[in-house]
Write a protein that binds this ligand. Structure first.
Ligand code: PHE
Length: 422
């Protein structure tokens, strides 16, 4: 039966480029059937953080297309099986279970929001299916176990980046924090920002909280206003942040608003408009970085999706290429071998920087500080901050986020698939 199926595959693949999926077959290799490797992807495409999931899905789609166009991985094509989790931890857990047990994916890429990754990760760990989160930054996510890794930095670093920027660049002495109490991400950043800001001689004079989907923040903001903080740190997601910015300005508060990667969405401009100034965020990469490997990616993504890639798209793209590179090095998709290969990732040249996983499966990378320009609906590059012990590349002014030149030579972006198959 399998032989007949394979024969049909060979014949059809001569006439078409469509990969064969042996739906009913039990190849023993999980999602590696015929000439296709199935990878699960989950994220929010319809809920309160839907721009996160949409960008993530696009980034992975572009990466898979480039890899497949260059011959695939070990001669097999990568196939994405996507599930929408509507941005809730409960749904995230349900869909990752479905991807693993029903679709038999060999690995999972996702989620974005840390609370959703935290809910889903134990399922992957239990099933011994590697999960790479492109963009969840809360430290607890990879602590779930050795099958869970990430290609982004973590929040103790991200929180300290903004605290340093507030204290050293903005010369702030006092700060207020308005955090999302329903998000592990926001709770972590609140803690890490305060630690570093205090260490630098600053003082957090008031901390207020809200919950996801709240619409009215005036009570918290009014309390803050009376205490006249030099800066206001809002470590939340774009949906609430946009409204918070508006209400703060309506209350006559003109302090710089500071945030993190959770602000990164094209939706932010619609919600916050001109109120998003002065404002600064920490983030993973800058689409303005003139380094050719970044501009190739930006061009290819823009041509395909008619929008500039945000950091979610860039991280998702990198996670897909890191996974492909690991499948190649593991010489297959056996879960245990694949997770070892992923965890051994070193000096991988991604568009979000050079990716090396440390002993706790977190990427050690630089971060960027971006200044918001609502007039142009743009996050503009301000500075790069490196983690302690990481030496900035000696090179050139083009290394705006710590990237050095890679082997990408094509100006279409498709050639960067060589990254994954080297
Ligand atoms: N870091 C955020 C979290 O852990 C997710 C995020 C990453 C959002 C990058 C936007 C951009 O919840």
């Amino acid at each position: 039966m399998t032989r007949i199926f394979l024969a049909i595959c060979v014949i059809t693949s001569i006439f078409s480029s469509v990969a064969c999926v042996n739906k009913g077959g039990n190849s023993g290799g999980g999602g590696q059937t015929g000439d296709t490797i199935k990878v699960g992807v989950y994220g929010d495409t319809t809920g309160a953080t839907s721009s996160f999931g949409l960008s993530t899905k696009n980034g992975i789609q572009l990466a898979f297309e480039e890899i497949n166009a260059a011959g695939g991985v070990n001669g097999k094509k990568l196939e994405m099986v996507f599930e929408d989790d509507q941005g809730t931890p409960e749904k995230a857990k349900t869909v990752i279970s479905k991807l693993i047990s029903q679709d038999k994916v060999v690995a999972v890429l996702g989620e974005v929001a840390s609370s959703n990754s935290l809910a889903a990760a134990p399922v992957a760990q239990e099933a011994k299916i590697p999960m790479i989160t492109p963009s969840s930054t809360n430290p607890k996510v990879t602590e779930v176990g050795d099958y869970i890794s990430r290609v982004c930095f973590i929040d103790p670093f991200q929180g300290s980046v903004m605290a340093k920027f507030a204290a050293n660049t903005l010369k702030a002495k006092t700060a207020a924090i308005l955090g999302d109490n329903s998000s592990d991400y926001s709770k972590g950043l609140t803690q890490f920002f305060e630690q570093e800001f205090t260490k630098l001689g600053g003082k957090v004079i008031t901390k207020q909280t809200y919950a996801q989907k709240d619409q009215d923040f005036k009570a918290q903001l009014t309390q803050m206003r009376d205490q006249k903080p030099d800066v206001i740190y809002v470590p939340g997601y774009y949906g609430e942040v946009g409204i918070i910015a508006k209400q703060a300005r309506e209350l006559g508060m003109n302090q710089p608003l500071l945030g993190g990667d959770g602000w990164d969405s094209p939706e932010l401009w619609k919600l916050g408009g001109a109120s998003l100034k002065p404002a600064y965020i920490s983030n993973h990469y800058s689409a303005d970085n003139p380094a050719p490997e970044i501009q190739n990616f930006v061009k290819a993504y823009q041509a395909k999706f008619q929008v500039a890639p945000d950091s979610l798209a860039a991280l998702a793209y990198d996670s897909a290429k890191v996974l492909a590179d690991a499948i190649k090095r593991a010489n297959g998709t056996d879960g245990a071998k694949l997770k070892d290969a992923i965890n051994a990732t070193k000096d991988f040249k991604g568009v979000t920087g050079t990716i090396s996983l440390d002993g706790t499966r977190n990427a050690v990378k630089s971060a960027v500080v971006l200044e918001l320009n609502p007039g142009a609906s743009k996050f503009e590059f301000k500075e790069t901050i490196y983690p302690e012990g990481m030496t900035p590349p000696a090179s050139t002014s083009t290394a705006a986020n710590g990237n050095t030149a890679t082997n990408t030579t094509s100006n279409t972006g498709t050639n960067s698939a060589t990254n994954a198959t080297k």
